[in-house]
Every structure is written in C-alpha cells, then in structure tokens.
Design a protein around this ligand. Structure first.
Ligand code: HEM
Length: 432
C-alpha cells in the first residue's frame, strides 16, 4: 500500500482491493490484523462508535508525547479537546484574522515579491509554520523560533519511520529533534506562565497562554498539566503545518489549468478589496464573503485529501455490515473511495466547486474526519487558507515550470519537485 501511495496509485490500490474483496476486508497492515472499511456507513461507524478508540503508529506517542490528544480517551480526551477549542473555536479565532493577514502579507513580501520563480510547497510550509509560531505559540521571530523550526524539520524526517531507537536510524534522529523542540516549547510555556502571573500578558494572546491560564471550575486547579500543554502544542504543529500547506499548494496547482475558476475567485476577492482602504487588514466578516474560494478549497480537499485515512482500534467485538470486527483489531478508514463515489459526487473526476453549494450527505465528505474527533483546526485552516488565497490572487499570476503535473504521497501528497512556478506580479503584463 505504501509503495502504491508513493507512486500515486494509492486510490487504485484501494479500488482494486474493493473490486476483489468488497467494501469490508481484512488484511495485515504494519504487522497488525486490520479491517479495511470505506463508504459513508463505515465512516459513521469510525467517527461515532464508542467501541473504537484512536490508534496511531507506535512512533507517534514517542515523538509527540504520551499525553497528546490523539492518544487520549474518555474524560481526559474531553478535557484536553475542550481546552484546545477555547482558543480554536470560531468565536475566538475571529479576533486573529488581522494578525493572520499581517503574517501572510509579510511572508509574501519577504519570499514571493520580486521573484520570477518560486517553489510553492516549501514556501507554504514556511508560511503555515510562521502562522502557528506567531498565533498559537506567541513566539516572535528570532533565535528561539529558528531553533524550533530546525528541530521541527529534523523531527518530521523520521516521524513515520519504524520506531527503532538505534544509532543512525531516522527514528533516533527524530526522537532527539523532538526533545529539542519540546525544550523550546517548555521554556516558552514557562515564560508565558510567568508573564500571566505578573499580569503582563493575557490568556487571549496565544494558544499557550490560553491553555496555561485555564482552571478547573470545581477545584480551581490548573486544567492541563505542563506536559499536556507541550504534547498538544506538538500535535498542533504537526497536524496544522503539513495539512494546510498541502491544501494551498494544490489549490494553486489546480488554478493554473482552470481559468474559469480563477476568474470567479479573482472577482470575489476584488469585490472584497474594493471596499477596503489600501493595506487595510481583512476581517472575519470579509471571510464570509469568500464563499466561492472556500468551495474551491473543499473541492480540492475532496480530490486530494491531505490525510489519506487513519486508524482506530476495536475496544470490543463490533458487528458491521454483516461482519464481525474482533476486539483488539485495528480498523483503517480511507476517504478517497467515498470522495470518488459517483452516487454521492456525480462525475467525481470533474473539479466542480458548485457541489459544495449544498452540504454533502452525512459522512460523505471526510477530509477533516468527523464525529467528536473532527479536526480541531478546521476554522484555523479556513482562515489561513482564505486569507492567503486572497493575497495570492490579488497580487500574482503563475504558471507551472514543469509540464509533468504528477504528485506522490509520502504520506502527505506532494506535487512533483514541490511545484516550482513562474510568477508574475499582477501589476506587470498578464501571463498568457
Ligand atoms: C486543510 C487542513 C487540515 C486537514 C485536511 C485536517 C485533517 C484532519 C483529519 C482528517 C483529522 C481526523 C483524523 C482522525 O479522525 O483520525 C484531524 C484531526 C485533528 N486536526 Fe486537523 N486538519 C487540517 C488542519 C488542521 C490545523 C490547522 C490544526 C491546528 C491548528 C489541526 C489540528 C487537528 C487536531 C488537534 C486534530 C485531532 C482532533 C481530535 O482527535 O479531537 N488540523 N485533522
């Protein structure tokens, strides 16, 4: 399966499996007995059954920390999720649109303006890292932030490797880098706590300050331990960095070959800019007027979901669709088959943002997962994607440097060579 994903035939691999064995089948994945399920009914089971708990590859808790949200269940899970949503819920995020706007504008000035050629994916990764470092960790530019960026890059290298803690393995390097990243986050958290205690900062400043300030209503004790805050800051960094950067990269890739969609987007963003003064920041209300752009994002996610699928583990015997999933087995769900089902999304290969003018049937569009474990960062991803696309289509036109337009998954989708493009500033001649 991994080989198929790396050569961008993961979807075919799954289709062939279903043609041979039906929509529910068993296999051995990563050495563990696994049930593979797909389709809306299976998604409903995966996202809503209490008999299924999350299950991550063994290397993840070692790298991200054992108190990370992906490992937690029951009351612990609800407590940590509730705390994170205090900051990530729409009502809170609306305050930060201006700050994200400033971060995006600064990034485009520093990394894109004046260049004739750029490579999109690494730049989008840099941008999403910068947004998280500023908005969620309250880390200013400088040596400490660079240290976190370096440690994080090294950590990602071996994150999906076999967890062999031996000299010279990718996993050992990743583990060491994760310790460096944690040290930075621990020191930053301590600084946040000290500032909060001295009354020099506010819980609303960033996610770390928000989590550090939360108290249990009954006992008045700290709601999250320092270990929980750091572990979940690591999750946010990993979960929020690659996913949104992949989405924005593939949106740019698609727009090159779809002038009609690009023109509608440009019109939407020109209309918004018309009512603003030069350099005036976008607001939450402006994002509401970017409906078409968000549909383009959803359609991009339908066709190329950054997260191919993930695992659960059966806590008890489960009956599904006439089959028995034995206790202890892992369950693997993948979004692509549902996303490409012509019964749900007619002409599924066609890029058609208008499908999202109405809501997709329940458990059919699962790029953000579903149920109680629905992506905690949807709103954050929506804000950064809309703000970034606004500035990109207002300032630039682009075309692909390479005729070959393929991509691979490892496990995140990555376009050929990271998508090098030729860039033209809109105030120059149009690229035609
Ligand atoms: C286009 C962008 C994104 C996509 C496609 C995406 C996708 C997903 C998916 C599919 C899951 C569920 C996995 C499962 O059920 O096994 C998930 C969970 C999660 N995501 Fe996202 N994500 C995105 C952006 C973000 C961002 C920006 C953040 C943080 C700021 C974030 C934080 C999380 C967290 C914390 C979880 C775990 C939630 C829980 O278990 O309760 N994600 N994401």
């Amino acid at each position: 399966m991994l080989r198929a994903m790396r050569s961008n035939t993961g979807e075919q691999w799954i289709k062939q499996r279903i043609a041979r064995y039906g929509p529910v089948s068993k296999l051995s994945l990563f050495g563990a007995p696994t049930v593979f399920v797909t389709g809306p009914a299976a998604n409903k089971l995966v996202f809503s059954s209490d008999a299924l708990a999350p299950k991550q590859p063994r290397c993840l808790p070692l790298i991200l920390g054992r108190r990370n949200i992906l490992e937690l269940v029951g009351d612990d899970y609800r407590r940590v999720r509730g705390a994170m949503m205090q900051f990530l819920k729409p009502d809170s995020l609306r305050r930060y649109v201006g700050a994200i706007d400033a971060e995006v504008a600064r990034h485009l000035d520093a990394e894109w303006a004046g260049r004739r050629r750029v490579t999109v994916l690494p730049l989008m990764k840099l941008l999403t890292f910068d947004i998280i470092a500023t908005l969620l960790f309250g880390l200013d530019r400088g040596a400490v932030r660079r240290e976190l960026a370096d440690a994080f890059a090294d950590m990602l290298e071996g994150m999906w490797s076999v967890p062999l803690d031996l000299p010279f393995t990718a996993f050992r390097r990743s583990l060491r880098a994760s310790k460096r990243a944690r040290r930075v986050l621990e020191a930053t958290l301590k600084e946040k706590r000290d500032k909060l205690e001295r009354g020099e900062s506010s819980p609303a400043d960033d996610l770390l300050s928000c989590l550090a300030s939360l108290r249990d209503e009954g006992s008045g004790r700290r709601l999250l331990t320092d270990e929980e805050i750091v572990d979940n800051a690591m999750v946010v960094l990993v979960a929020g960095h690659d996913t949104s950067s992949v989405l924005m990269t593939f949106m740019m890739r698609h727009l090159v070959g779809d002038p009609a969609t690009l023109a509608t987007m440009v019109q939407e963003h020109d209309e918004i800019a018309k009512n603003k003064a030069e350099g005036e920041a976008l607001t939450w209300e402006d994002l509401h007027n970017m409906r078409f752009t968000w549909r383009v994002a959803l359609e991009t996610l339908r066709l190329i979901p950054p997260i191919f699928g993930s695992f659960r583990r059966a806590l008890e015997d489960i009956e599904f669709d006439g089959y028995l999933i034995p206790k202890g087995w892992q369950v693997f769900w993948a979004s692509s088959v549902t996303h490409m089902d012509p019964g749900i999304f007619p002409e599924p290969d066609k890029f058609d943002p208008s499908r999202f003018e109405t809501q997709a049937p329940p458990y059919s569009f699962v790029a953000f997962g579903g149920g109680q474990r629905l992506c905690a960062g949807i709103e954050f991803a929506r804000v950064e994607t809309l703000v970034t696309m606004h500035h990109l289509v207002r300032r630039f036109r682009w075309r692909l440097c390479s005729k070959a337009n393929t991509f691979v998954r490892d496990p995140m989708p990555s376009p050929l060579h990271g998508l090098p493009i030729e860039l033209q500033h809109k105030d120059q001649h149009d690229l035609t």
